[in-house]
Design a protein around this ligand. Structure first.
Ligand code: FRU
Length: 507
């Protein structure tokens, strides 16, 4: 299927098409989650629906599979699912404030002109890496971008707070002007979202932090020393601040993967340009989801993408020729208690192909029940399970017929916990494997409702409209495709399970 319409047909980049064709046979390359044509991808940037198209910009190194020399990659879609590569929107320009990198940011439309607010990186004469807010505008429907002559538009961070980082942007309109958050960290205090105001997106006045975290607090959520990629929006009866916690001081996983990486949201009351949270939660309990950004589309939906980073050694990523993927688009909703609801955008259902379903099975302890006809590595699975007497109940995906590799999605009734366990997902020692847990208590009588998206090296799990866990898996056996159900410690009942083969998005 082609999304092209005549004026942009010539924009289609032949190189991107060749790269995608070259990499398509890689058994770990996602088929229906967005990836860069080749090489490195990280944060979603500048998400916006404009001129009838969804625009997905992203942090991109087009030259290698490592996180360096950041450009803004660009893709567009009419349906939020099928994407088309457009030329790179922004590349570091020698002699400018972004000569060493065009870091993350957002796009808003000001007086009809799409305007990008991003972090320009420039290493100064003393070797100091300066990260400062920059602006660029587009007059041709967001294909090419002109830098503002006065970049950086904020020459230095505020001086009345002792901060040690200053990057990434969320910009929104209020009745009296533009407001802008910059991600930061206040020394010895914690992550901070610093608030500015402007009439024209170019001259900014610093106000104060919208909200500041506490780096010493570990429970219920660890919010670290610095916040990247702030995102801020009204949803339902509250406002929501989403930040990505960057903390290289505290690792949860040992030397090979030393950093904390998770995205936290705070929902609460926004008044006098300050946020008073009444609830805080994790966007996704997996370890691969990071740096999300959201936007409102023309149906009024708040839609979010997150970066799914790799969980395998850098040499392997280099050999593969690509790194990083986007999550599925998620529609966010505000639940009564301030918790965020997340569901895959309904558009994703257009990828559903051959379908199989099962109903009314009793699951007993013992060997997992292999679902004939369910196997595959590009699947959507929708299951309703009543845990009954069972202590644990769940699904295996990407499992080898002999069980030597398997990814387990496990609900534990007593613990009130959902786990995505990739500790046996791969026999390859160069992959990171771990169990990740999310709190999930099923109200009396409510079944466990799982929606699981398997896309080769991605397993993205949505449970009961409440929690999400996403991880990366890299099975080594070509036949690690089995889907099975299991119960432990008693009988459970499968009300229904539907399995679709999912089509790829690149044609
Ligand atoms: C988050 C991040 C941002 C930064 C960008 C650079 O993953 O570190 O803080 O702008 O990536 O690519």
């Amino acid at each position: 299927m082609s999304l092209l319409f005549p004026p942009v047909a010539q924009l289609y980049t032949e190189q991107a098409r060749r790269d995608r064709a070259r990499l398509a046979a890689d058994p770990h390359r996602p088929a229906y989650h967005f990836t860069a044509p080749a090489n490195w991808l990280n944060d979603p940037n500048g998400l916006i629906q404009y001129g009838g198209l969804y625009h997905l910009f992203y942090q991109h190194n087009p030259h290698a599979t490592v996180s360096a020399t950041k450009h803004w990659g660009h893709a567009v879609s009419r349906d939020l699912v099928h994407w088309e590569d457009w030329p790179i929107a922004l590349a570091p320009a020698p002699g400018t404030a972004d000569q060493d990198g065009c870091f993350s940011g957002c796009i808003v439309v000001h007086n009809g002109v799409p305007t990008m607010i991003y972090t320009g990186v420039r290493v100064d004469e003393t070797g100091r890496k300066r990260q400062r807010p920059c602006v660029a505008v587009s007059y041709d429907g967001m294909v090419t971008w002109e830098r503002h002559a006065g970049n950086p538009v904020i020459p230095a961070p505020p001086t009345d707070v002792d901060i040690f980082a200053f990057r990434d942007h969320a910009v929104w309109r209020e009745a009296d002007g533009w407001y802008h958050l910059v991600g930061s960290g206040i020394r010895q205090v914690g992550g901070a979202a610093l608030l500015y105001r402007s009439d024209d997106l170019v001259t900014w006045d610093y106000l104060h932090p919208l909200y500041v975290g506490d780096m010493h607090q570990l429970d219920p959520l660890f919010t670290g020393i610095m916040w990247e990629c702030p995102d801020f929006f009204a949803l339902g009866d509250r406002h929501v601040l989403v930040v990505s916690v960057f903390d290289h001081l505290r690792g949860d996983t040992g030397a090979a993967f030393p950093m904390i990486h998770h995205s936290v949201y705070f929902s609460g009351e926004y008044a006098d340009h300050r946020l008073t949270p009444t609830y805080a939660g994790l966007m996704d309990y997996g370890r691969s989801w990071y740096a999300p950004q959201s936007f409102t589309d023309d149906q009024g939906r708040r839609i979010m993408f997150g970066w799914l980073r790799e969980e395998r050694a850098f040499e392997v990523q280099k050999a593969a020729g690509w790194s990083g993927a986007m999550s599925l688009p998620r529609v966010l909703t505000m639940r009564p208690n301030g918790r965020l609801g997340q569901a895959p955008a309904p558009e994703v259902e257009c990828l559903r192909g051959a379908v199989h379903s099962w109903e009314g099975l009793t699951l007993s302890s013992g060997k997992p029940w292999v679902l004939d006809g369910a196997a595959g590595d590009t699947l959507e699975l929708v299951a309703e399970v009543r845990p009954g007497e069972a202590e644990r109940v769940g699904l295996l995906v990407r499992a080898a017929p002999d069980g030597s590799e398997q990814t387990r999605i496990v609900y534990d009734q007593a613990l009130g916990q959902l786990t995505l366990d990739t500790s046996e997902a791969s026999l390859d020692p160069a992959t990171r494997r771990a169990a990740r847990h999310a709190p999930l208590r099923l109200p009396q009588g409510e079944p466990l409702r799982l929606r699981v998206f398997v896309d080769r090296s991605i397993v993205e799990v949505f449970a009961n409209d409440d929690v999400c866990i996403t991880s990366r898996v890299y099975p080594t056996h070509p036949d690690s495709l089995v889907v099975a159900l299991f119960a432990e410690g008693g009988l459970a009942r499968l009300d229904s399970l539907t399995r679709w083969e999912m089509r790829g998005i690149w044609g």
